[in-house]
Design a protein around this ligand. Structure first.
Ligand code: SF4
Ligand code: SF4
Length: 173
């Protein structure tokens, strides 16, 4: 039997769409040690990619997960639940999403060059591109055409997210 769509996807948990999730003090207390932090205004957040996300795409704290996780449904999942798109088409969209993420990260690594590409491993596409900009501002020589290519792929990725997953996409949201 096919794994559930969200287990196959897991993009809203792995940092590809959001960088953090709101949690309450009670939710933090019932969860194992996570990557929690408190904002300047006192609001509690859990950093994503989530360290409770298993390699198979499942949530290791499913019964204890924060309410935001339990209630969130992206645009694609809502369309599936409303019968507006079939399961196979939804899985194709998830597969395309993964490929756009990979292309954006690969383009950042090409722009970084062989020596620095290693430092981008484990970063999501937005963070990898942000690092390129930091390096450039520090005076590191980054090929401008390759940097433009990375920005192009990141832009395509953001548009794809807006189209299928989160219409008001903003990574820090
Ligand atoms: S809610 Fe949407 S983005 Fe999150 S795992 Fe499910 S299909 Fe993927
Ligand atoms: S707690 Fe579970 S559902 Fe919530 S972000 Fe982490 S892996 Fe995803």
């Amino acid at each position: 039997m096919a794994v559930p769509l969200c287990v196959e996807c897991s993009m809203c948990c792995n940092g590809s769409i959001f960088s953090r999730v709101p949690v309450s003090a009670e939710e933090q207390a019932r969860l194992p040690k996570g990557r929690f932090f408190t904002k300047a205004d006192g609001a509690l957040r859990m950093r994503l990619g989530c360290n409770f996300l298993g390699e198979d795409g499942s949530c290791a704290v499913y019964d204890k997960r924060p309410k935001t996780c339990a209630t969130y449904a992206c645009r694609l999942l809502r369309r599936v639940n409303e019968g507006k798109i079939d399961d196979g088409s939804a899985r194709n969209i998830v597969s395309s999403f993964k490929s756009y993420v990979a292309k954006a990260k690969e383009a950042c690594a090409r722009a970084a060059g062989e020596d620095r590409a290693k430092a981008l491993e484990g970063k999501d596409a937005d963070a990898a591109y942000a690092q390129l900009r930091v390096w450039r501002d520090e005076g590191v020589k980054i090929d401008p055409i390759k940097q433009d290519e990375a920005r192009f792929h990141l832009h395509v990725l953001h548009e794809f997210i807006r189209l299928h997953f989160k219409s008001s996409y903003r990574k820090s949201g």
